[in-house]
Design a protein around this ligand. Sequence first.
Ligand SMILES: *[C@@H]1O[C@H](CO)[C@@H](O)[C@H](O)[C@H]1NC(C)=O
Ligand SMILES: *[C@@H]1O[C@H](CO)[C@@H](O)[C@H](O)[C@H]1NC(C)=O
Length: 314
Amino acid sequence: MKSALPDSGDVLLYFSGGEKNTNKGKNLRWIALLLSLTAFMTAAALGAFLLFICTQVPQISSLQHEHRDPSPFACLPCVKLLRDPSDDISADLLLKQLDIRVTDGREDCCATSSEQITALLESVVRLNDSPQPVLPSYNVTNFNFSPVSAHKMLHAEILPHDFGIPEFPESPEVCELRDDDPRYGVEHHRGVNITRQGLKILHGGLYYIYASIQFRPQSRYPCKDFKYQTFAAYVEKRSYQSHGSQNILKVSHTCCDQCRNTQETRFTGGVFILHPGDVVGVKVVGYRLVQFHPATTYMGLAMLGAPESDSSVE
Ligand SMILES: *[C@@H]1O[C@H](CO)[C@@H](O)[C@H](O)[C@H]1NC(C)=O
Ligand SMILES: *[C@@H]1O[C@H](CO)[C@@H](O)[C@H](O)[C@H]1NC(C)=O
């Protein structure tokens, strides 16, 4: 029984055998020739490829082998092997015997040979030889260069975040002082009280007073759209005795849309006599014109000297 669908062996016969002509045998021979030619070429190509792989692979792997460092017995970060981390690794008698390998910017000291393993172990052992020099570390309360000092970040009382065109208030706005923030190591106050409006003097004397302001409008509009382009900040002294107030220092900044260097800060400082009860604070012509960042916007003071009989607030 002949199946309607020819099996794979009959495919050629099926197609060429559709017409019963005298060229049937000739066609078959051609096809057979063509097939064997294709098979031969495929085999030759495969053979050539395999030959290529066989000859190349050993070369590649031996190349890699030559360039790859022998795997070390142990590696340790060099800085951990130095008694003083600021010492020069290449000048260290033990560490310079080791292989230095740099991984992600870190220098590792590696030992491969037995001599190097000895040097590595010696460098570990010597860490316990003598006690590390204990370097004193300080915080602001350890300094007593002056009986009175303060360094305070400035804050906006309220800071709307609409990023519209800043409004210029009728009178300058007082920057707030808050409790010392331990995240900023230099923020402190000694011998002086903090009020929201400024530093309240307890001991009369000669003071150096300073302030730094970074003007940087918190607005998505260019300065040319603002009512004013020049902004000012003042250090104000409110006197306890005379009940008056006075701007004792001033900085100003002109905003310019085409200019670079918008990161610049304005710094001012000076020496003044202050009396107990006086309050020293900073005012700006608009909170929205200032970048309130602890590194750039702050005030402080330090007493330079006091009269013999140190006066204080009654
Ligand atoms: C600062 O130093 C003083 C005196 O050594 C110490 O009492 C105080 O706890 C230290 N403060 C901080 C924040 O480390
Ligand atoms: C300063 O602050 C201390 C502690 O907060 C307070 O006891 C003292 O009365 C204040 N002195 C003045 C003059 O405000």
